[in-house]
Write a protein that binds this ligand. Structure first.
Ligand code: URA
Ligand code: SF4
Length: 203
């Protein structure tokens, strides 16, 4: 597998990109997943939000952030004063990676090579939307957008310039990390604080 680059059409039309991504074989993850989960939202969105990869429910429905993490994200966006309809939501990796435990599919973190393989799709989405701000949700998204030297724990909530993307970037917790946090209320509050910083960039 050689990554997605050769499969990304030279276009800023999101519908064309989405159609091409549906047939992507840029890494091995397409084999065991149901379908490509491409980004979703308006082409003129103010912000692009980047998650890690689709989860079980996203894999079945074909839409990003429709499961438990997505519901938490919707609530956090509302609490931060960001309209969900004004953002484009996508993932660093566009196929669901999992381990089978009996009949349950357990989320498995994408590898560095899988993140790199899928990065051309994310780059194409960001080039198409031309957002004022890219919001990385969690370390995987931040690694894809800001590079593997970026440390989320040290730079959470800061507004940075991306090296390879024509956008400002900020990074915060992943909604799934908030759901797993020992003190969920505190983690949720921190997420909302960071999203308010993002909201201020959009005004
Ligand atoms: N987690 C993600 O990172 N993305 C989704 O789309 C769903 C859960
Ligand atoms: Fe292509 Fe990304 Fe899916 Fe890999 S994860 S097959 S690069 S769309």
């Amino acid at each position: 597998h050689r990554g997605a680059r050769e499969q990304v059409p030279d276009t800023t039309d999101l519908a064309e990109l989405r159609a091409a991504a549906a047939a992507c074989v840029g890494c091995e993850l397409y084999r065991d997943a149901t379908q490509t989960v491409f980004g979703d939202g308006p082409a003129d969105a103010d912000a692009v939000l980047v998650g890690e990869q689709p989860g079980d429910q996203e894999d079945r429905s074909g839409e990003p952030f429709v499961g438990p993490a997505g519901r938490l994200l919707d609530r956090a966006l509302e609490d931060a004063g960001i309209e969900r309809e004004r953002v484009y939501v996508t993932n660093a990796v566009k196929h669901f990676k999992y381990d089978l435990r009996g009949k349950r599919r357990i989320h498995k973190k994408p590898s560095r090579s899988e993140i790199l393989a899928c990065r051309p799709w994310l780059a194409a989405e960001i080039a198409a939307v031309e957002p004022a701000l890219v919001v990385c949700l969690g370390a995987t998204a931040a690694q894809s957008v800001l590079g593997s030297d970026f440390r989320l724990s040290q730079h959470r909530g800061e507004v940075l310039e991306a090296q390879d993307f024509p956008a400002r970037v900020t990074a915060t917790w992943h909604p799934s990390a908030v759901l797993r946090a020992p003190d969920r209320d505190a983690a949720y509050a921190a997420l909302v604080v960071d999203l308010r910083v993002a909201a201020a960039q959009l005004r």
